[in-house]
Design a protein around this ligand. Structure first.
Ligand SMILES: [Zn+2]
Length: 453
């Protein structure tokens, strides 16, 4: 198929009047002018990659905003979240993930990395089929049409020591051998679903020890040398303190010292890092998976984004708890947290890209592609056709020259500007509508009315 765009953000910048030829989901040719196009659109930008999702938490959004006299923290939020997930079945997980992934697509996320740790049945025992929950996620991805990187989570302990898992964590826990089996099953399952791949996610340094981490990394590397490896790290100061007490090192430093980090690694949050860790992370090429709205919502802290970007660090954005499912809001908060703490403006521009919006959109999309080891993140010959067509009627109410367009999108837009979404060469959202959105919303709202926290 041939798609003509009046203007399009290609890998090397804005271009006018271009025709993309798309074969089997891949951009095979880009020509000037309208060359026998099947579709004629206005403004096109690359789709965004969401590097961090816990799908079931979409149903929990809004359930944990009740205060208890200043005593609330990440840890009290987690207690409520553990209680909430006790009621979720495989069927529920699929309904929630389907709704979430449709919402993601409509807002401009074209691929998601699912950090998948809700493995077992309500009573904590294995499902007859170890990968039953993973299959629900694959099905949800398939129904929605989003690109999916499934990251089964290795979760073994409740804390450094190691401390045994708690009652609330029993649905997450696998032995290392069982986890490796689950990964193998997920890799096999992914063969049945287009535009998917599989990596692993050791949950955090507090939830795994070095032998189990080594085993899981060696297992996935034996299957796929480039599979993504994601890990929560240094999200909370307590985690840093506990890691220092146990290992004598800060978490990111410990990881840098024990593993060869590269762009196939993605460190989720990495909020509390010192200068040496920040520089080590940037130099490694690993991705910082920053989740600004969740980190704000949970009171985590602020990632040192300005310094890290100046050091050419790779980053991606994630919606994590889904307190927001909007890449614009993530990027806006990423910049605003820097402005508020530094009392400066336009902090995350760089000398090559003065537009903060354009710099953030392009770097986040490219970092997201690295974090999922997917052929996405920018529009160029040979790349997957994951793209967004913006709503011209809304765009023209803001400064929308190529120079200003993504700044208006990121900082000024008050409503969703995404009109049409293509994933892997297929239209999944057209005129703001997803073909399954009504049915999904009905099932999801019915489910939500039965859930409590
Ligand atoms: Zn997370």
């Amino acid at each position: 198929m041939k798609l003509y765009a009046q203007r399009i953000l290609l890998a090397d910048g804005w271009h006018k009047n271009q025709t993309l030829t798309i074969d089997n989901g891949i951009i095979s040719e880009i020509e000037s002018g309208n060359v026998n196009a099947d579709v004629d659109v206005g403004t096109v930008i690359p789709g965004m990659v969401n590097c961090h999702s816990h799908a079931f938490q979409r149903a929990f959004a809004g359930f944990s905003e009740q205060g208890s006299e200043g005593q609330d923290s990440f840890w009290t939020w987690r207690t409520i979240m553990y209680k909430f997930l006790r009621q979720l079945t495989v069927e529920h997980a699929q309904i929630i993930a389907t709704q979430l992934y449709i919402e993601m697509l409509k807002m401009g996320y074209t691929r998601v990395a699912e950090f998948h740790y809700l493995h077992h049945a309500l009573d904590g025992n294995n499902h007859d089929d170890l990968s039953a929950m993973a299959k629900a996620i694959f099905e949800a991805g398939d129904t929605s049409g989003i690109g999916l990187t499934l990251l089964p989570v290795l979760y073994r302990f409740s804390g450094f020591g190691p401390l045994p898992a708690t009652e609330g964590q029993k649905r997450f826990i696998n032995t290392t051998e069982q986890f490796n089996q689950l990964v193998t099953e997920c890799v096999q399952l992914s063969q049945n679903y287009r535009n998917t791949n599989v990596g692993i996610a050791p949950h955090s340094l507090r939830a795994v020890d070095l032998p189990s981490l080594n085993s899981a990394v060696n297992h996935i590397r034996g299957i796929d040398e480039c599979a993504p490896i994601h890990i929560h790290i240094a999200e909370q100061q307590k985690e840093v303190d506990d890691c220092l007490a146990h290992y004598g090192k800060r978490p990111v430093q410990w990881l840098l010292d024990n593993f060869t980090l590269d762009p196939h690694w993605c460190l989720i949050h990495a909020t509390h890092i010192n200068e040496a860790e920040r520089q080590g992370l940037a130099q490694s090429g690993a991705i910082a998976g920053i989740c600004p709205t969740t980190e704000a919502n949970l009171g985590d802290g602020v990632f040192p984004t300005a310094e890290y970007l100046a050091e050419k660090g790779n980053f991606a954005i994630g919606s994590d708890s889904h307190i927001s499912v909007d890449p614009i809001e993530e990027l806006r908060w990423l910049e605003y947290a820097q402005r508020l703490t530094k009392q400066q403006r336009a902090v995350l521009a760089d000398t090559n890209t003065l537009s903060v919006g354009k710099n953030l959109w392009q770097r986040a999309a490219r970092g997201g592609a690295l974090s999922t080891h997917s052929n996405t993140g920018e529009l160029a010959i040979g790349k997957q056709a994951d793209l967004l067509v913006l709503d011209e009627d809304k765009l023209k109410l803001f400064a929308h020259s190529e120079q200003h367009l993504l700044d208006s999108v990121v900082f000024a837009s008050q409503s969703n500007l995404v009109a049409d979404v293509m994933v892997n060469g297929q239209w999944v959202v057209q005129a703001g509508k997803h073909v399954h959105e009504n049915q999904s919303a009905e099932q999801f709202s019915e489910l939500l009315s039965q859930l409590s926290a």
